[in-house]
Write a protein that binds this ligand. Structure first.
Ligand SMILES: [Zn+2]
Length: 186
């Protein structure tokens, strides 16, 4: 059989966990949501320990994402990619800041891997907010973050994307450490 479509979803619990009415005014607020999503994803056994969210200039959520690799048998289904795809579908544009007034922000619980770094180059965001570092992911869990350009921050900066790191890093590390110690529980 030739498969000709793919269907990816967020777990149903996100509808209760995410308040679309509130604003996330600071960088810390935005990353705190991404980390909360990462923790809930582990608690609900709905994917790996990663969360992300796209915000508009009004500091409101455009879309959120959590890791769905195992449930969907899809290596692309990282939290950042899920958030990008859902935001792009919501605004009906493959480049978010082509239609949304900037700055468009992605907040992620952990530094984008090589795949999500690539997705970030083309998603159409203006700012990237990060919790844990790649070295945190690789020391606290078994995940491989893959090869990145040595100056990956500079490569994003060259494309007009500001990068802010280490926001609530310890809180994100705590989720990763818990996952690393207890393993996936699907
Ligand atoms: Zn990734």
């Amino acid at each position: 059989m030739l498969y000709a479509q793919v269907h990816l979803t967020l777990p149903a619990w996100v509808h209760d966990a995410v308040d679309m009415a509130r604003t996330y005014d600071t960088d810390e607020d935005k990353v705190a949501l991404a980390i909360a999503l990462s923790r809930l994803n582990v608690e609900h056994a709905s994917g790996g320990p990663f969360g992300a969210a796209v915000f508009g200039a009004d500091h409101r959520i455009v879309a959120v994402g959590v890791n769905r690799v195992v449930p969907h048998n899809t290596s692309l289904a990282h939290a950042e990619n899920m958030a990008y795809m859902l935001a792009q579908q919501r605004v009906q544009s493959f480049r978010l800041n082509a239609v949304l007034p900037g700055p468009v922000v992605l907040a992620t619980s952990a530094q984008p891997c090589c795949q999500c770094f690539g997705a970030t180059v083309w998603a159409g965001i203006d700012r990237l907010l990060i919790g844990a570092r790649a070295e945190d992911v690789e020391t606290l869990t078994d995940f491989d973050e893959g090869p990145l350009p040595a100056d990956w921050v500079g490569e994003l900066n060259k494309r007009g994307i500001e990068v802010v790191r280490d926001l609530h890093r310890d809180a994100s590390r705590a989720v990763l450490a818990h996952y690393g110690q207890h393993g996936p529980q699907y």
